[in-house]
Design a protein around this ligand. Structure first.
Ligand code: COA
Length: 159
């Protein structure tokens, strides 16, 4: 497994397929193309399997000293191997290197796997947006990870 910056032309079809397999409101090709046009704040990372195929992705915005995780997913057949945790850890490290000092994201209340992953990486619950998601309607939990420092300890805490 390897984590790299996304090759925006070559990897987009694979990322869109993982979007479709992972979310009820997946981002579309048009949304990605529009994000790519704002490359000053938008950054994209992919996980590749040993064959070099895209197995997961993460998209972020870097806004001054804040890292906003917009989307993260691992294709269904590759979940549960630690790749999601490795990807988010990589993104937090890269973000810290590029100047981020805190990170935030939103997650569905029922998304146990993602909530567990974020907890292990030091994210804490800061607020709730009632009925934020559709398909199905559900609250969003707003999580923040404070104290990012370049070369600081970022990986998962022991369970
Ligand atoms: C969330 C997601 C990215 C995690 O990827 P992953 O590669 O399976 O994650 P990991 O293997 O690194 O596991 C991370 C943690 O989730 C736990 N986990 C994995 N699947 C789980 C499940 N079905 N239920 C509960 N916990 C689960 C793991 O045990 C691990 O916890 P641990 O570190 O305490 O052992 C992946 O499940 C996914 O793509 N889901 C669909 C898209 C999504 O929900 N994205 C997040 C939006 S905020």
């Amino acid at each position: 497994m390897q984590i790299t910056a996304m090759d925006q032309a070559r990897d987009l079809d694979a990322v869109l397929a993982i979007e479709q397999a992972s979310f009820t409101n997946p981002w579309t090709r048009e949304m990605y193309l529009s994000e790519f046009a704002h490359s000053r704040v938008s950054h994209f990372y992919v996980v590749r399997d040993d064959e070099g195929e895209v197995a997961g992705f993460c998209s972020i915005w870097l806004v001054v000293d804040e890292l906003h995780i917009n989307n993260v997913a691992i294709r269904p057949e590759s979940r549960g191997r630690g790749w999601g945790a490795a990807l988010v850890t990589h993104v937090l490290r890269e973000g810290a290197r590029l100047g981020a000092r805190r990170a935030t994201l939103e997650v569905r209340r029922s998304n146990e796997a993602a909530r567990r992953l974020y907890r292990r990486l030091g994210f804490e619950l800061v607020g709730t947006r009632r009925n934020y998601y559709t398909h199905p309607v559900e609250d969003a939990l707003i999580l923040w990870r404070e104290g990012l420092v370049p070369d600081g300890r970022i990986g998962p805490k022991p369970a």
